[in-house]
Design a protein around this ligand. Structure first.
Ligand SMILES: Nc1nc2c(ncn2[C@@H]2O[C@H](COP(=O)(O)OP(=O)(O)O)[C@@H](O)[C@H]2O)c(=O)[nH]1
Ligand SMILES: [Mg+2]
Length: 326
């Protein structure tokens, strides 16, 4: 299909066209990459629509899928269109966090105002990151109001998701006091809202305690310029009983409104655009190093360096010259 036709259909909110466009950006074929880049540019021009991008992280079992199902459904009941994407570099092995869980999102996956897309099957985080980021752009162009980006939090994937989100939500399960240390400080520092899930039945009291512990821990963190009074904050929810969802959404909206007015929303997007631009350049340069001719030159120069015929610095300079000229 012609890029123009496809982009028009995506902007006209045609779901099949959107799915097709995402398949295109997920392809690593050189000609597909070129078409995908043109498509994204075209959609950017055609649709000024801006979605709220919400990153959602949490270890396996905390209830991400259950939360997305109930929160996503709640949002559609507010008249919003919701897209769900995932960054899961392990999905090539595990079969995909969302795909495997689509049964847990049965209601949402049948909802005409929701769109669920599993993580692209790639084992390399950089590849998954780029494809998800481009899928976010496509969903935004397709008029979705809220884009939920899930990650299981393996390795650097939280950072990647935070770099493509307007809000970053950390989902936790009720736990004893020691577990508080289990959450890495860096991830705590990224969170805008911590949701302690499973605040129901026997777990309710523990959830309330865990929430108080995290509220205390959040207060100890350095104040960030992008936060109004009272943020970041911790709250309890029950994804299963659909409790606390409206309150959580209210807080997300309050934070977003404040950030928009203070210029932090646009500022963060601008910084992210810059970050991903630099990341793309770096990845492209690294890819050039993998080309057979570059590998051969590296090998040759490496041997010369090993034999003491050339210094590492001089050889590196020579290599860089080869790359920029070739
Ligand atoms: N009691 C309770 N259980 C929940 C809640 N949310 C999820 N669970 C359960 O926790 C388990 C893991 O949930 P899941 O959504 O698959 O977690 P994920 O691995 O983070 O996606 C399942 O057995 C869910 O039924 C909740 O709010 N309350
Ligand atoms: Mg899951």
């Amino acid at each position: 299909m012609d890029t123009q036709v496809l982009s028009e259909k995506v902007v006209a909110q045609d779901r099949r066209a959107l799915a097709r466009a995402i398949t295109l950006v997920e392809s690593s074929r050189a000609d597909h990459r070129e078409t995908a880049a043109a498509l994204i540019e075209d959609i950017r021009r055609k649709s000024p629509h801006q979605a709220l991008r919400i990153g959602l992280s949490g270890t396996p079992g905390v209830g991400k899928s259950t939360f997305i199902e109930s929160f996503g459904t709640f949002l559609t009941e507010q008249g919003l269109r919701v897209a769900v994407l995932a960054v899961d570099p392990s999905s090539a092995r595990s079969g995909g966090s969302i795909l495997g869980d689509k049964t847990r999102m049965e209601r949402l996956s049948r909802n005409p105002n929701a769109f669920i897309r599993p993580s692209p099957s790639q084992s390399h985080l950089g590849g998954v990151a780029r494809r998800t980021r481009e899928a976010v752009a496509l969903c935004e162009g397709a008029g979705f109001d809220v884009i939920l980006i899930e990650t299981v939090g393996v390795g650097q994937s939280e950072t990647v998701v935070a770099e493509m989100s307007d809000l970053f939500i950390l989902l936790l399960a009720p736990a004893g006091g020691d577990e508080l240390q289990g959450v890495k400080r860096g991830i705590m520092e990224m969170a805008d809202i911590i949701l302690v899930n499973k605040a129901d039945g026997d777990l309710k009291a523990t959830a309330t305690r865990t929430c108080a512990d995290y509220s205390g821990a959040l207060r100890l963190l350095r104040k960030r310029p992008q936060d109004p009074e009272g943020f970041p904050k911790a709250m309890t929810v029950s994804a299963l009983e659909e409790d606390g969802l409206a309150k959580a959404w209210e807080e997300m909206q309050a934070l977003t409104t404040w950030r928009r007015e203070a210029g932090h929303f646009a500022g963060r997007r601008a910084a992210q655009a810059r970050f991903w631009f630099e990341e793309e350049v770096k990845q492209a340069l690294l890819a050039q190093l993998q080309a057979p001719s570059a590998r051969a030159a590296m090998d040759q120069l490496g041997q010369e360096v090993a034999q003491g015929a050339t210094s590492p610095t001089a050889a590196a300079q020579q290599m860089l010259d080869t790359l920029t000229k070739g």
